[in-house]
Design a protein around this ligand. Structure first.
Ligand SMILES: *[C@@H]1O[C@H](CO)[C@@H](O)[C@H](O)[C@H]1NC(C)=O
Ligand SMILES: *[C@@H]1O[C@H](CO)[C@@H](O)[C@H](O)[C@H]1NC(C)=O
Ligand SMILES: *[C@@H]1O[C@H](CO)[C@@H](O)[C@H](O)[C@H]1NC(C)=O
Ligand SMILES: *[C@@H]1O[C@H](CO)[C@@H](O)[C@H](O)[C@H]1NC(C)=O
Length: 176
């Protein structure tokens, strides 16, 4: 009984499988934590509409707000209050006090954030559209239309792992 003959030595097969599994798994485990405003942080004089442009925010990602805790804050509001910079009735006050707050984007919807204390009027406001991650591949994992390689594998790593362990075991048994 020779299974998998023609692929080279069992160790080579095991190595190839391991490399394949690692390539598949790495993008997998990481939902994105977005630092709002990148290295500028959450502050005045940044246009957050431009910052958010072209980015894809997926369900499961986080926003990380870094700001001057003595001046700014971070309030989630509805669309109307985002547009009018009204901070009188926030949907959620994400301000914890350290000037470093993480907001989970765990619902597929639009999120609106502003800073109170007058800063919203100067442009300190952020709207993000949170979408579902692209569907996992069905027939062809390398289908280019499905999206970027880093995103198509987001929700499946169990199968490659099982496959890798199985193949490693098989190679191990046959080699020795
Ligand atoms: C936002 O909240 C305000 C005050 O609660 C309300 O008047 C307004 O209609 C709401 N806007 C939306 C889009 O829900
Ligand atoms: C938000 O929460 C922080 C920390 O609990 C508190 O100091 C602050 O007054 C709150 N801001 C608003 C607008 O509710
Ligand atoms: C999303 O996260 C918030 C804050 O941690 C939590 O209160 C809420 O229950 C979560 N919603 C879902 C749908 O997981
Ligand atoms: C940010 O940039 C957008 C797109 O160029 C523009 O429409 C918007 O008015 C700007 N916002 C502020 C606060 O300057």
């Amino acid at each position: 009984m020779e299974r998998g003959s023609g692929f080279g030595s069992p160790m080579m097969v095991a190595l190839a499988v391991l490399v394949f599994a690692m390539v598949v798994m790495v993008p997998e485990v990481s939902a994105t934590r977005w630092t709002v405003g990148s290295n500028m942080g959450w502050t005045s004089n940044v246009n957050y509409t431009i910052w958010a442009q072209g980015k894809h925010f997926y369900n499961g990602d986080w926003l990380f707000f870094v700001y001057d805790r003595n001046q700014m804050n971070i309030l989630e509001v509805n669309k109307t209050d985002y547009e009018s910079c009204n901070s009188d009735h926030p949907l959620h006050n994400w301000t914890r006090g350290a000037g470093r707050d993480v907001v989970p984007l765990n619902v597929t919807r639009n999120y609106y954030f502003i800073s109170g204390k007058g800063f919203c009027y100067g442009g300190m406001k952020l709207a993000v559209h949170v979408e579902n991650p692209p569907p996992p591949p069905t027939a062809s994992p390398l289908d280019e239309k499905s999206g970027s390689p880093s995103s198509i594998f987001r929700s499946q790593y169990v199968l490659p792992t099982v496959f890798a362990i199985g193949a490693l075991w098989d190679a191990f048994v046959r080699f020795w």
